[in-house]
Ligand binder design. Structure first.
Ligand code: ASP
Length: 343
């Protein structure tokens, strides 16, 4: 056999073994930065570019962990941390304001191997709620800690507490003032108030961040982090820290992180409903996500979307709004970034 023929054989052998390997050990990550009325016309080209760059940075941060053989939990944490540190998204640094003009953050994380989970709700002085949720999962005997107790735990864990006003941003404050103008005409417990709240633009209600990942060991994980909804009251807690509603992962089905109108996502148990359809009805994640987001939630006004990954490395990113900040990457799929309905 001459040497060039040998070289062809060798390279096709390596290509084949690489693709077999790739097929045997899938790994994948998907992220979101919130769903809502997100229209191209409202973006300058520079803004759109900046959002796409941040989504790319986050998905690449998570992918790198997976590519190097790291755990899906670490990939999820890495991706979400990038988004929490950015003011573009309603989590960590870009968190929205409560009615009283402060910031209360929620987050959760779940391990698909064993359904271990950690969550924090209503924390005011923690820079990275997703990291604290992880500490709750790893180092406490509880699943969900809220408010002062969660911050006491954070201190015990050596987490530095920061001033609440470090989450301040001008554009979120303007959104609060506008929301209050619309809401203040009605009493907070009245039907009119409920209607006014429902009528607030999506951009006041959404913007959560999340990630789902499958690692090379076949383990799934999901995480979600948020500032909740603009002008939320009374220690309101959304779906993001509620395991089964905003976050769910189990290796037997799939991993889901949600974004949208949290009250609907809690009542319809969105994340675990999607996984249950996969597990008990043998639906694909594509079918299950479409059913829950478009056939269950959309008709009742439950706006939002989810990101889903399964143990084969399939990814699905359904939403029933005009846009959802999203990105994904797998060992077989190049980086994808989307914002609007049509990319
Ligand atoms: N689901 C979040 C909440 O209700 C909001 C969002 O997704 O942006 O708190």
């Amino acid at each position: 056999m001459n040497t060039s023929l040998l070289a062809i054989f060798a390279s096709s052998f390596f290509a084949l073994s690489h693709s077999v390997l790739a097929a045997e050990t899938p790994f994948a990550i998907a992220i979101h930065g919130g769903a809502g009325t997100i229209e191209k016309a409202k973006f300058t080209p520079e803004q759109e570019k900046a959002y796409r760059a941040k989504l790319t940075e986050a998905v690449e941060a998570g992918y790198k962990v997976l590519d190097q053989g790291g755990e899906s939990l670490d990939a999820v944490t890495a991706a979400i941390t990038v988004l929490e540190q950015s003011t573009y998204f309603n989590a960590g640094r870009g968190a929205v304001y409560t009615y009283d003009g402060s910031h209360e953050l929620d987050a959760s994380i779940m391990d698909g191997r064993n359904r271990e989970a950690g969550a924090v709700a209503g924390v005011k002085h923690v820079e990275s709620p997703i990291s604290l949720a992880r500490l709750v999962m790893d180092n406490s005997v509880h699943v969900m800690l809220s408010g002062q107790g969660a911050e006491e735990f954070a201190k015990e864990q050596g987490v530095e507490l920061i001033e609440n006003n470090l989450f301040d941003t001008e554009f979120r404050y303007k959104a609060l003032l506008k929301a209050k103008q619309k809401l203040d005409k009605a009493k907070a417990t009245s039907k009119e108030y409920q209607a006014a709240h429902k009528a607030l633009p999506d951009s006041y209600k959404m913007g959560t961040v999340g990630a789902v990942a499958l690692d090379k060991n076949g383990n799934l994980a999901a995480g979600t982090s948020t500032g909740g909804m603009t002008a939320k009251r009374y220690g309101r807690i959304g779906d993001a820290p509620v395991i089964g509603a905003g976050t769910f992962a189990e290796n037997a089905s799939c991993a889901v992180s949600a974004t949208g109108h949290g009250e609907y996502f809690i009542r319809y148990n969105v994340a675990s409903d999607i996984c249950a359809r996969v597990k008990y009805q043998n639906k694909t994640i594509e079918q299950a996500g479409d059913e829950v987001i478009n056939k269950v939630l959309a008709p009742i006004g439950g706006t939002g979307g989810v990101i889903i990954v399964d143990t084969k490395g399939n990814i699905s990113l359904p939403f029933n709004t005009s846009g959802m900040y999203r990105a994904s990457k797998s060992n077989t799929q190049a980086t994808y970034v989307g914002i609007f309905n049509d990319e």
